[in-house]
Design a protein around this ligand. Sequence first.
Ligand code: GLY
Length: 349
Amino acid sequence: MKLNAGTYEIIIESGSIAKTGEYAASAVKPCRTLVVSDDNVYPLYGKTVEESLTGAGFDVAESYVFPHGEEQKNLTTFSAILEHMAAQHLTRTDVVFALGGGVTGDMTGFAAACYLRGIRFVQIPTSLLAMVDSSVGGKTAVDLSAGKNLVGAFHEPSLVICDPEVLSTLPADFFTDGMAEAIKMGMLGNRALFDGIRDKALTTAQIIEMCVTDKRDIVARDFRDNGERQKLNLGHTVGHALEVLSDYTIRHGHAVAAGMHVITRASAARGLCSEELLRALDAALVAAGLDPMLCSRHSVEDLHRGTLHDKKLRGNTISLVIPREIGVSELMKFTTDELTDIIRAGIEA
Ligand code: GLY
């Protein structure tokens, strides 16, 4: 499947990683290329991508491989990638390939956005989470010690290549991680996706296609994240707090799953959605192998403190995505004090 996302294409095809060169050649003119990846992914697919690029006439620079893990998504690794781009003599017309999960895609995309004030990059997501969410839409960033994705830029890729076959090498926990974002997309606007995940009736490729199509459409309507796109943050305010509190031992999708439970439970308690919606969400999360109750291990105060660096804060108010029913959600503003009550209602019985 080939999706047009305005200025770039998204390829979703089994075996497409071995055709990287061919697809890249249809998106950009022959140039120097650099693959950035981590030490989990590069040994699996790095050479395949580089040989494919060479075969299609690209000049391949020495790749940059960093240690895997969310804790690497920082300004130190980011700066090392930039230094490597310069050492490899990349110029304005050259292209960087982000080969890996969300950490690699976000950080490499941000380096591409900054190097020489912006060069092109291609996303080759190798985790389900990166395929269904982070590789599409041009959000790039690194973390600060205060919180997730606090420094970044909007910088769209020139091409996204999703090869569902590579997911077969993912540990189960990483696969489950991506399912949380897929359930989120279902909650936001796609009942067939939501029900299909809960009933285990969809193939992975179908899930990726449905998520990417929906995300592409939302981003096309609100690229700069001023309105509708903010709904993609469903469950993320509390989810990010949980990730930081756990020192990133709880992965993003698992934390978002728990965050969605908290906000839906609090919404049900306030009469903003039905108890039935909460039950349906929990059923879908459990069917995908996610634990909706992870936040209950933490105190309201700790979770609340973790939300205070959220990018959605404006002064002492924050916009939260309130689920109303499957396919209907609303951005509502709350004070940070009200947020404490929401977290309490979301974790306490
Ligand atoms: N991951 C949320 C967004 O792209 O807006």
